[in-house]
Write a protein that binds this ligand. Structure first.
Ligand SMILES: C[S@@+](CC[C@H](N)C(=O)[O-])C[C@H]1O[C@@H](n2cnc3c(N)ncnc32)[C@H](O)[C@@H]1O
Length: 256
């Protein structure tokens, strides 16, 4: 390609997951969730649904439904499913997840996507999303929730470097998050949090292909806006939420 290439910057194909989720943790989560032999899996805000596909591959006969609004990520999910011989057991649906009538399912995945379940704003967003997850999981089933929390309360100067209008109320602390889980009618069977290495892999992988694209196309018509965007994203991470924003992976069991 040349600097006059009209196509835009690439999507982040270097990433297996759209979040700070490493291979080791993914393998453990897949094995444990598959161990419950779910017959049905519902993936809320699935993107390309990598973890759902891994669970389906590990549980012969299980059926999956992924819901998202991003057509390109859904198309990637369908292509991955076809490549792994799973196309007849999984649907990737372009649907609004708020108020969804899909489910209930034996296993519900909601990774970085609680905002897809409710129009509520923080601090009500997570409790409302948990209420929806409780509705969507079958008795005896499992929910895997990937959710943000503050490692410590950020100072105003730190919030100002994160994202527009960032506020302490955007996320709970980890103890508050787990309290919200219990209040919604779950027991937290497992509590895991993303490591710094998982964050670095995600943040780098998210922009790696775009940075390489930019380096080769300084005069591309989209170069300036793309450079601004990735510079803002990188600054928001390195000077803002790095070591402050955590991601918890909570394996939840609905309480009878
Ligand atoms: C951070 S991504 C996580 C994707 C995926 N769960 C994963 O971990 O790889 C959040 C996803 O939620 C989806 N989403 C946001 N709002 C939604 C809504 N109202 N209905 C369905 N999907 C939504 C976005 O399109 C996006 O793919």
């Amino acid at each position: 390609m040349t600097s006059t290439d009209p196509s835009g910057p690439p999507r982040p194909r270097a990433l297996a997951f759209h979040g700070p989720l490493g291979e080791e943790r993914a393998a453990g989560l897949t094995a444990r969730l598959a161990g419950h032999r779910p017959a049905t899996v519902l993936d809320i805000g699935c993107g390309w649904g990598e973890l759902m596909l891994r669970v389906l591959a590990a549980v012969p006969g299980a059926r999956g439904t992924g819901i998202d609004l991003d057509e390109q990520d859904l198309a990637r999910g369908r292509a991955l499913a076809a490549g792994r011989g799973l196309a007849d057991r999984v649907e990737f649906l372009a649907e609004e997840a708020t108020g969804t009538t899909r489910g209930p399912a034996d296993l519900v995945l909601c990774l970085g996507a609680s905002q897809a379940l409710t129009g509520a704003r923080p601090p009500r967003l997570v409790p409302e999303a948990l209420g929806e997850l409780r509705r969507l999981v079958r008795p005896g089933g499992r929910v895997l929730l990937g959710e943000g929390f503050w490692e410590r309360p950020p100072a105003p100067v730190e919030l100002a470097r994160m994202w527009p209008d960032a506020a302490v109320s955007d996320h709970p602390s980890l103890p508050e998050l787990v309290d919200e889980v219990v209040a919604a009618g779950f027991r937290p069977a497992r509590i895991e949090t993303a490591t710094p290495a998982e964050w670095e892999e995600f943040e780098s992988g998210y922009r790696e292909d775009v940075e390489v694209w930019l380096a080769a196309r300084p005069g591309h018509p989209l170069a300036a806006e793309t450079r601004d965007r990735v510079d803002r994203q990188r600054g928001s991470w390195l000077s803002g939420y790095r070591n402050l924003l955590g991601i918890a992976y909570l394996t939840l069991v609905p309480q009878e």
